[in-house]
Write a protein that binds this ligand. Sequence first.
Ligand SMILES: CC(=O)SCCNC(=O)CCNC(=O)[C@H](O)C(C)(C)COP(=O)(O)OP(=O)(O)OC[C@H]1O[C@@H](n2cnc3c(N)ncnc32)[C@H](O)[C@@H]1OP(=O)(O)O
Ligand SMILES: O=C(O)CCC(=O)C(=O)O
Length: 388
Amino acid sequence: MYASSHPLCSPTVKPVLINDTTLRDGEQAAGIAFGIEEKVAIAKFLDAIGVHELEVGIPAMGHDEAQAIRAIADLGLNAHLLGWNRAVISDIEASIHCGLRRIHISIPVSDMQIQVKFGGRWVAMLERLRDCINFARDHGLEVSVGGEDSSRADETFLIDAAQYAQEWGAFRFRFCDTVGILDPFSTHDKVKKLVDALDIPVEMHTHNDMGLATANALAGVRAGATSVNTTVNGLGERAGNAALEEVVMSLKQIYGIKAGIKTQHFLELSRFVAKSVQCPVPPWKAIVGENTFAHESGIHAHGVLKNPSTYEPFDPSEVGRQRRLVVGKHSGRHLLRQLLHDHGVDLSAENGQQVLDAVRDRSVHLKRNLTVDELLSLIPKTAIPSSC
Ligand SMILES: CC(=O)SCCNC(=O)CCNC(=O)[C@H](O)C(C)(C)COP(=O)(O)OP(=O)(O)OC[C@H]1O[C@@H](n2cnc3c(N)ncnc32)[C@H](O)[C@@H]1OP(=O)(O)O
Ligand SMILES: O=C(O)CCC(=O)C(=O)O
């Protein structure tokens, strides 16, 4: 009800484009290194489920990275492909050699980052950006520009740099909360000013250092950004990026904005990427974690048995999942009765309570839920079925 009444659900709201950067910022997570086949397979998967744009990597790295990007470019996917570049002509040449038609050029925009990377010479940096955009456009490329560390940049300088990028022919500007230090309110304020100052679209790139990457990406959308950088499972530098599955499901469930992505494949995609990076997803991870549609607690299970919406934000099948009812330390009579009934056992109230007490003890001992066999093994031999 809330979703359909939200102001962002008005038909005039622009659609939100998802630009997934699992293959670029995702892979920058310490210890993650995709092989060529893995990069190709992930690109194909993302394309098959309808992700609009893929930031496929950093051509300037050369070697396998460039080969993988070239292989992805040769696939003829529906998704737009984007290569990440510094404001360096040889980076852009590398992107061209990979067969990319669309590139992203990043410049630092906070004083600190400009000092470290350009010795504080911001005029020289902007001139370099202009030359790089011109070079790329002369080679027929579409150019997106990113403001690294936008969140800590002087707001006037950020807007000036973005306006220059627009004037020189960039088709989009990326607002980067590079070290994840904003909250949704400050994100909204900063992105709104940027959106109001530009004619080209603004893209959100948020990091999860304070656990706010998805919230900040959404705040940017509410401020008028129309593109969001995501990664599968929230993979990425340090604490990661805004997770694809979280952003897409939040846009849909909270704002009623459909990104046109086949969300029922999110679980499969999450597992595929988790396997590639050899890094399991925590059980409590939003949308794709093992526990997100599991109910053990008595009060929750009682509610869900009557109406799943009591304790589920949306139907699990929307993201390729199934509801699980499991018994453990926190379970109650209703859940126990239902699970036993499903396995052909109906106990008296007294025996049911005995089993429930035993479930609690056993669960504390094992430090986990009980399997069905373990549950059934707790039924006393002398138990009197309720029907007797
Ligand atoms: C916020 C982000 O995520 S930005 C993306 C970060 N991603 C990565 O770094 C992963 C891939 N990177 C790499 O493989 C390498 O860093 C390369 C190939 C890009 C460059 O490698 P190297 O030449 O060995 O340089 P190194 O990484 O040590 O240093 C970075 C150089 O890029 C410069 N640089 C950094 N950002 C930019 C930029 N936006 N525009 C222009 N130059 C930049 C630095 O000032 C430094 O230049 P210097 O060598 O003249 O001092
Ligand atoms: O694209 C850019 O400009 C930088 C992106 C990035 O990874 C970041 O700022 O965290």
